[in-house]
Design a protein around this ligand. Structure first.
Ligand code: 1GP
Length: 254
């Protein structure tokens, strides 16, 4: 990711926005991946996040190779377990599921994966992962056996993010879960943004430019879109233009 430890506070103050496309290898074919890469050639993104809750195919390694061969966009793993570690990627979100109380996803998987991560050249991004109720049970909350933070409780999310920051985590990821019926509320994004200085990633259920804009305006530094782009690659172009319009405006006013 573009911000290192020393730049993080600075990053949140610059207001520069970033766009990550989440690719679930289980839902992609080579043709659909190449189609997305075509769109990205004229509508750049900042990161690929690659991962999913299940592994039902052995597609991941192939998809990552395809991305590497055809794009310079950094590939960041978004793992649900150590099984998702792939050394071809550029980095990995080392997610600690701090909205939950399941030790396996707070520290257990990390212990098992630590030797492989240390031996790899992957850039590790220690991330406080916060699942938020989005109107229906998502795969992430079911698979992790955790209860997401209630949709209308921004203070709980803010305190959770604060605790994550105090524990030394360097990013916060507020996630309604893939295919969320409603994205994380602006009030919650704003409360978390206010509570911490580290970069804030927001995703889950962003399927219109209006929702993308709402998340950016509320304080997201990085927005993540998965599902809707898999179904409608044109949406990638729309969000790319939206995010770059924020950054262009910033540059003009500097
Ligand atoms: C899920 O935040 C990501 O973990 C993206 O969600 O697939 O709903 O865009 P969507």
């Amino acid at each position: 990711m573009p911000f290192n430890n020393h730049q993080q506070k600075q990053q949140s103050k610059t207001g520069r926005k970033h766009f990550a496309v989440l690719l679930d290898p289980d839902n992609l074919t080579e043709a659909s991946c190449l189609n997305l890469l075509d769109v990205i050639a004229s509508h750049p993104i900042d990161f690929f996040f690659v991962g999913g809750s299940l592994i039902t195919t052995d597609n991941q390694s192939h998809i990552i190779r395809l991305l590497k061969e055809n794009s310079a966009t950094p590939i960041i793993l978004f793992p649900s377990s150590g099984q998702h570690i792939d050394k071809q990627a550029d980095g990995i979100l080392l997610l600690s599921l701090i909205s939950g109380r399941n030790p396996e996803f707070l520290i257990g998987q990390h212990v098992v994966s630590a030797p492989a991560l240390k031996a790899s050249r992957l850039q590790v991004y220690p991330t406080g992962y916060i699942l938020v109720d989005s109107g229906r049970q998502t795969t992430a909350s079911y698979m992790s056996s955790t209860t997401p933070i209630p949709y209308d409780k921004p203070a709980i999310a803010a305190c959770t993010a604060m605790a994550g920051e105090l524990l030394g985590l360097r990013y916060i990821y507020l996630d309604g879960g893939s295919g969320a019926l409603k994205p994380v509320a602006s009030e919650m994004i704003a409360a978390v943004r206010e509570a911490v200085d580290i970069p804030l990633i927001v995703g889950g259920g962003i399927n219109t430019t209006h929702k993308a804009k709402a998340a950016l305006e509320a304080g997201a530094d990085v927005i993540v879109v998965g599902n809707h782009i898999e179904k409608n690659p044109g949406f990638l172009a729309e969000v790319s233009s939206l995010v770059s319009s924020y950054n262009v405006a910033l540059d003009v006013h500097r």
